[in-house]
Design a protein around this ligand. Structure first.
Ligand code: MN
Length: 139
């Protein structure tokens, strides 16, 4: 059976911190979701563009080496504009995970094309709440 053919919600976590990677994987897997981890923005962008339809939602760290979360999000959003036409069904929810909720951070995330924002340290309740909020009827 094609593992991509099932209806399990598949979440891409783009995060460079190994502890946060483990934490996110544990929480999301335990809640019944499939999880793929990318260790920085560049790897996240590659994972996404290699087969964009296999993911349902992305959690995106902001500060990462090689490519940060804002840039990775902008690039992902660019791929959603095909032939100059924005297609809503191609819009994957991207939720920022940021270390400090500094003033202006939320605006920066939304400007880059993110849909939502949760503050670190990662809390299970907030993570699962965000998944359900952005995948209504699916998660
Ligand atoms: Mn980071």
């Amino acid at each position: 059976m094609d593992p991509e053919a099932d209806n399990t919600v598949h979440i891409l976590v783009v995060e460079d911190n190994p502890i946060n990677q483990k934490l996110a994987r544990y929480m999301l897997t335990k809640a019944g979701y499939r999880v793929t981890i990318a260790k920085d923005g560049e790897e996240g962008l590659q994972s996404y563009t290699a087969n964009s339809s296999r993911f349902d939602l992305i959690f995106m760290d902001i500060q990462m080496p090689r490519m940060n979360g804002l840039e990775a999000t902008r690039r992902i959003r660019e791929t959603e504009h095909t032939g100059g036409t924005f297609q809503l069904d191609l819009h994957i929810p991207i939720i920022a995970m940021t270390a400090q909720s500094m003033k202006g951070d939320r605006e920066k995330c939304l400007e880059a094309g993110m849909d939502d924002y949760i503050a670190k340290p990662i809390k299970k309740e907030l993570v699962l709440e965000a998944v359900k909020k952005w995948l209504p009827g699916k998660a």
